[in-house]
Write a protein that binds this ligand. Sequence first.
Ligand code: NAD
Ligand code: WQD
Length: 338
Amino acid sequence: MEKVLVTGGTGYIGSHTCLALIADGKQPIIIDNLCNSKPIVLDRIETISGKRPVFYEGDIRDRALLDRIFEEHQIQSVIHFAALKAVGESTQVPLRYYQNNIAGTLNLLEAMQAHGVKSFIFSSSATVYGDPASVPITEEFPRSATNPYGRSKLMIEEICEDQLKAENDWSITLLRYFNPVGAHESGTMGEDPSGIPNNLMPYIAQVAIGRRDALSVFGNDYPTADGTGVRDYIHVMDLAEGHVKALNVCSAKQGLHVYNLGTGQGYSVLEMVKAFSDAAARPIPYQIEPRRPGDIAEYWANPAKAERELDWKASRTLSQMTADSWRWQSQNPMGYEE
Ligand code: NAD
Ligand code: WQD
């Protein structure tokens, strides 16, 4: 059975990707230091899939631990999710972000090199497109970064490109996610942000369940149809399946492979509020607040390259995203706490 090392595998996207890997007959081996996730996720993965991933609790910056994992398992590919991801926090503690994301990735790539593992899939982000000149965004658009988090993604993309120039028998895939939302359809796995959610969908979900009073809508004076920001929200299970497709298509193909993973469809903040309110059958109170610094008006993907080359297309609708997110939130009001 093909063994895949999944860093950050107990986190939001990593845990759903483990389900998709298992469904495709692969064995995920997880390393996670649990700085933003909980070990109960492993129980949920086992309940849904009937398989429990091998789990190493530890940091990707711990080279001895990585060596042990590569010695104990014949790993064929690495899918690298582990990172700190809060944009605002990254401007407050940039060194922590660079230490974790950059040093962690370097350590991982060096360990792969030492053990002859040459297939790497990296969680990149639409944030590497900065403020795009137009939409939809294709993979060839120029890259830029406006905050340390985004810069860490951009720098890792460049590190990967340099590594491939030096050792062209590697396969490196950069997957640029748009806005992942939703939860597994069972309602037993989903997104569980610690503290006040930074992102729109988990915030709306916590308003719907009564943990927060009202959503702050950051700006209604953008040049969009209703004045609120527009994003390409993608169901986390579609995203998870995109990783499996990328693994199957790219891991045996040497070189650099870059794909947008999005739906190609944008929705505004108010459209998201309406869709969630419909799914939860209750009003979502909100108030209009000033724009959030650093936000851009609108962006969405052109996902044609992934459809053409990976035979992958996001298939879940907005109402599935909101329904699954609400099922998770209503069945687990405090996330994985209970
Ligand atoms: P998450 O925080 O839920 O998952 C990340 C996991 O990595 C967590 O379980 C955390 O404990 C672990 N981790 C962090 N640093 C670690 C380290 N040094 N060693 C070991 N484990 C470590 O986040 P997510 O939403 O699942 O995101 C996964 C990846 O996708 C990240 O790289 C993120 O930057 C990227 N991404 C996320 C989004 C998004 O909106 N969620 C969008 C684009 C890209
Ligand atoms: C979506 C829309 C907000 C919260 C971020 C990162 C990006 C990527 C995905 C990792 C915007 C509005 C939000 C709220 C609101 N992450 N909003 N009230 O900013 O598109 O992307 O997550 O790579 O790098 O920047 O996502 O969910 O924060 O915001 O009105 O309480 O919702 O202004 O228009 P964003 P988001």
